[in-house]
Design a protein around this ligand. Structure first.
Ligand code: SAM
Length: 268
């Protein structure tokens, strides 16, 4: 029995290890790592994806939180000159440490589902460094990421991610591909940061605040949910119908509202 099989999956680290060779291969074929690529894998676990990424010749840094997995990963991969392991929390990892050229970093991960949303937001703070991201996430989260306006999936996550990235829902993965199997379905998503933002906001922190406020009560009209930030006249000035509900607005309209708020004179 190898050391690999002695590791007991830990729930608190969101450990569901991929074991289906067909699924692993399909993910690797979607990523298409090349020798000249600069890659970062979040949560390599026992190396299910790591092995294929390294064999492409790409320079690969991995960030793994679970100290007990470090010897397992080192035993498998430390002899490879293109492998570099960081033990620690990806949510606190400073991606600029990697010295990747702007627009070069390719990020990959079968993510622990409990940290997937904060991790995506953390990565988006360094969107200018990133060429693309391929993640395994809970299927519902991928549906929210890829959603368009008008439905229940369209919300803060869809808007803030689509502000920065093009989103592609690539394929779904059932629980049987993992050990232990998770209780939910999963999916692979590709996020590609825009080289030029299609709808740049004057201040993206204002956009974040406005979107959060708007979706706090998604059943109410914009006029109501945004009451503390914009008057009905200001909403109309932004070219938005205040009687709509937040889920009916597209990204461009949210940016117009945010810009109206940014330019609003401070009273008092
Ligand atoms: N990539 C492996 C695979 O596909 O089999 C493991 C995937 S498992 C769903 C998630 C991995 O992320 C685990 O190895 C877990 O220990 C690690 N992890 C959990 N929280 C983390 C964090 N905050 N930072 C870095 N890694 C983390």
């Amino acid at each position: 029995m190898t050391e690999q099989y002695q590791h007991k999956a830990r729930k608190r680290f969101g450990q569901n290890f991929l074991h289906d060779a067909g699924v692993i291969d399909k993910i690797l074929r979607s990523i298409r790592a090349k020798a000249e690529d600069r890659m970062l894998e979040i949560g390599p676990g026992q190396g299910a994806l790591t092995e294929g990424l390294l064999s492409s010749g790409a320079q690969l840094d991995v960030v793994e939180l679970d100290k007990d997995l470090v010897p397992i990963l080192m035993q498998q991969f430390s002899a490879m000159p293109n492998f570099n392991l960081h033990q620690g929390d990806a949510l606190k990892f400073d991606f600029t440490r990697l010295n990747a050229a702007p627009g070069s970093l390719r990020v990959v991960g079968n993510l622990p589902y409990n940290i997937s949303t904060p991790l995506i937001f953390h990565l988006l703070q360094n969107a200018h460094l990133i060429r693309d991201m391929h993640f395994m996430l809970q299927k519902e989260v991928v549906e929210r990421l890829a959603a368009g306006p008008g439905g229940g999936d369209w919300g803060r996550l869809s808007i803030m991610v689509q502000y920065h990235c093009r989103v592609e829902h690539l394929f779904n993965v059932g629980p049987g591909a993992f050990n232990p199997p998770p209780k939910v379905d999963s999916a692979i998503v590709r996020l590609v940061p825009h080289q030029t933002l299609p709808h740049p906001a004057k201040d993206h922190r204002v956009l974040e605040r406005l979107v959060r406020e708007a979706f706090n009560q998604r059943r109410k009209t914009l006029r109501n949910t945004l009451k503390a930030l914009l008057t009905s006249d200001e909403i109309a000035e932004a070219g938005v119908d205040g009687s709509l509900r937040p889920e009916q607005l597209d990204l461009a309209a949210f940016v117009r509202l945010a810009d109206t708020l940014t330019e609003k004179p401070v009273v008092g």
